[in-house]
Design a protein around this ligand. Structure first.
Ligand code: MN
Length: 674
């Protein structure tokens, strides 16, 4: 089952349907075509062709996906109710409720208005999901519709081309992937890729052509060797070269930071057998011919992937001494690998496969799990959105523009992606109109709105919140600038310059000092957390008397024999010690971005009631803070005193934690313990 890209004629479709599905099926398909042709009379595509050409191609793609006459007919009729005078009741009368419901399902999935007005992206995804749950065939028709529209995208104005291509890449291609229909997924991706990144597309295309003959020669050679050996043990198998599609090459180059050659030179073949046992026979041959690379064998036949994918995977050192990836599977497994959920409806030509029942049951299980989760549509949507893309998320601005970010990116990354100033002055954010913390990870389909306040400034913990390199760089640049300014201010306002900077000899001596000191009571020895006179590699000690935390204003002294001691700016112990021992002051500053978490003790007093302790724990861990120690005791009747040792990276984080704790009903106080 290959895909033809050239438009199919109605004769081609009729012949194909008669051959595979029989005369009764042909009767239905012919009737559907006639109605569609009549209804669309006088309508034209942007290409100038009669409109019916579009539903005809959709019907043909559905045929190619292996679907039956009902789905093909629904494909032929998919635009009729929406765009012509032919009504729903006409269709029920002529074709019955099943086909009508399929067509209605497709009609309900409206196009995403991703730029024109406030987007309802999540809503659109939801519509697709619901249509899919009601009848999975609806989404197959929608995907066929999308495929033909993408093939003829060049007739649209450039701006619209880009919008549609983006939507295809962000929504329809991932859905095709989720359903295991890789044939459709890769075509949609390549068609969208061509529009969104025309230069990169042409570049990869050119390079593939250059390598084409070399690659074909190599595959020919392998085929020869394998065919011969397999014939010896009576195994009938097909050996194919595996062409990666353009967009997957591009994506790999981007995400794995590899060159075209590194990706393309990965030799890969696929061996297709008639029966399962032959798969293992072929594997044996492959492993005797060439040396297997340890740890690369995977048996997805014994343990299929959740989307039903089955295959054996192995990597060997091929005849040219380079790694060769080999996939071994049966014809049926191959159909599932390419057509995924659609393969469920593939006409079996009366041939009963041994595992057909098993497969059907498995498919139904997959569908069933969707049905079950559909009981809570919100949860189901969450799950699907999460699964949609493996490495990236697609979210929407309030204006409906699609923003693509790596998986794990937070709201803050989004803000920086919009504009550096939006990131730097980001005060808060909303996802789908609800206020959320900045560290919230984005999920595909989220609509994100950043609340900007010119007076608001970045907090150093942001460096731990952002996940993208570009946002981190922007923050680093900001803090670097801030540090330089602070230092200048300090130098200008200093009592004497000598107090802030030391001569090279003293700094060298400080560096040599061991960072670990036996006398733990003197405070915590750290390195790389605090900059001393702007230098990173000088051991310092966070003094035990005031336990400064990143974010606190700090001062530093050169102590006698104990390196640089760091105190909070207002620490009275430090002031006294400085006077008594006549210590020299030195400029210190937190080295944001390098800071490791500091253990902090927190005490919470509350009216004792059922579950309150657990709420405290949840409230703390909800901020992604490590709890090192936790305990609680009842001090008086009805009063609970809970103590936590937590790891805090920054004062702002501690403030947030204490604030959250105080908001728990019945909490009397929450504070840091010295
Ligand atoms: Mn259409």
């Amino acid at each position: 089952m290959g895909f033809i890209k050239a438009p199919a004629t109605k004769e081609m479709l009729f012949e194909a349907v008669r051959d595979r599905l029989g005369p009764e099926a042909l009767e239905l398909v012919e009737r559907a075509y006639k109605i569609s042709d009549d209804a669309h009379q006088g309508q034209f595509r942007l290409s100038g062709e009669p409109y019916v050409v579009h539903p005809l191609q959709v019907g043909y793609i559905l045929y190619e996906l292996g679907l039956d006459e009902k789905v093909i007919s629904a494909g032929l009729l998919h635009d009729v109710i929406e765009d012509t005078v032919y009504s729903r009741s006409d269709m029920v009368r002529d074709f019955g409720t099943e086909i009508t419901q399929l067509v209605e399902g497709v009609t309900k999935i409206s196009e995403i208005k991703s730029q024109s007005r406030e987007t309802e992206a999540a809503e659109n995804i939801r519509k697709i999901i619901i249509a899919t749950i009601q009848d999975i065939r609806v989404i197959l028709i929608k995907l066929a519709d999308k495929t033909h529209n993408m093939r003829t995208l060049s007739f649209q104005p450039p701006e619209k081309q880009r919008r549609i291509a983006n939507e295809t890449l962000s929504l329809y291609a991932p859905i095709a992937g989720r359903l295991g229909i890789y044939k459709v997924k890769s075509e949609l991706e390549d068609l969208a890729f061509q529009v969104i990144y025309p230069e990169e597309y042409q570049d990869i295309k050119k390079r593939i052509n250059v390598k084409k003959s070399e690659r074909e020669e190599y595959i020919d050679k392998l085929q020869l060797i394998l065919k011969q050996r397999l014939a010896e043990i009576n195994i009938n198998a097909q050996v194919e070269g595996r062409a990666k599609h353009f967009f997957s090459i591009y994506r790999k180059m981007k995400t794995k930071e590899k060159t075209f050659d590194e990706i393309f030179d990965l030799r890969a073949i696929r061996i297709i057998t008639d029966e399962i046992k032959d798969c293992y026979g072929v594997l044996g041959i492959v492993h005797t011919l060439w040396t297997p690379v340890p740890g690369r064998f995977k048996d997805y036949i014994a343990t299929p992937k959740t989307n039903m994918y089955q295959s054996l995977h192995t990597t060997v050192i091929g005849p040219d001494g380079k790694p060769l990836e080999v996939q071994i599977r049966t014809t049926e497994m191959n159909a599932i690998a390419e057509f995924g959920i659609a393969a469920h409806w593939v006409y079996k030509e009366g041939k009963a496969h041994a595992n057909e029942r098993h497969l059907t049951v498995k498919w139904l299980e997959v569908l069933q799990s969707w049905q079950d989760s559909a009981l809570d549509p919100k949860e189901f949507l969450e799950e699907l959105k999460y699964d949609l893309h493996e490495d990236e998320v697609f979210v929407f601005t309030p204006k409906g523009e699609i923003i693509q970010l790596p998986k794990g990116a937070t709201v803050l990354d989004f803000a920086f992606r919009i504009h550096t100033d939006v990131g730097l002055h980001c005060k808060g954010a909303k996802i789908n109109s609800r206020m959320i913390p900045l560290r919230t990870e984005l999920r595909s389909g989220d609509q994100v709105e950043v609340v900007v306040d010119k007076r608001s400034k970045p907090s150093p913990i942001w460096l731990r919140i952002v996940r993208t390199t570009s946002a981190r760089q922007k923050l680093r640049a900001y803090f670097r600038k801030l540090r330089e300014e602070t230092r200048k201010d300090l130098e200008q306002g200093a009592e004497s310059a000598a107090e802030l900077t030391l001569n090279a000899d003293v700094l060298e001596e400080l560096k040599r000092k061991p960072s670990h000191d036996k006398s733990q009571k003197q405070g915590q020895a750290v390195q790389g957390r605090v900059l001393v006179a702007g230098l990173r590699d000088i051991p310092v000690r966070l003094s035990g008397c005031c336990s400064p935390l990143p974010g606190d204003q700090i001062i530093g002294f050169v102590t006698r024999g104990r390196g640089v001691s760091v105190h909070k700016k207002n620490c009275s112990v430090a002031m006294k010690q400085r006077e008594e021992e006549q210590l020299r002051m030195i400029s210190v500053d937190w080295d944001y971005g390098q800071t490791e978490p500091v253990p902090v003790r927190v005490e919470v007093k509350a009216r004792d009631r059922q579950g309150i302790y657990l709420e405290m724990v949840k409230s703390i861990s909800g901020t992604q803070t490590n709890i090192l120690e936790a305990g609680a005791s009842t001090v008086q009747k009805d009063t609970l005193m809970a103590r936590f040792m937590i790891e805090v990276e920054h004062l702002d984080q501690l403030k947030e934690i204490l604030g959250n704790l105080k908001r728990i009903p019945d909490v009397v106080f929450a504070h840091r313990v010295k």
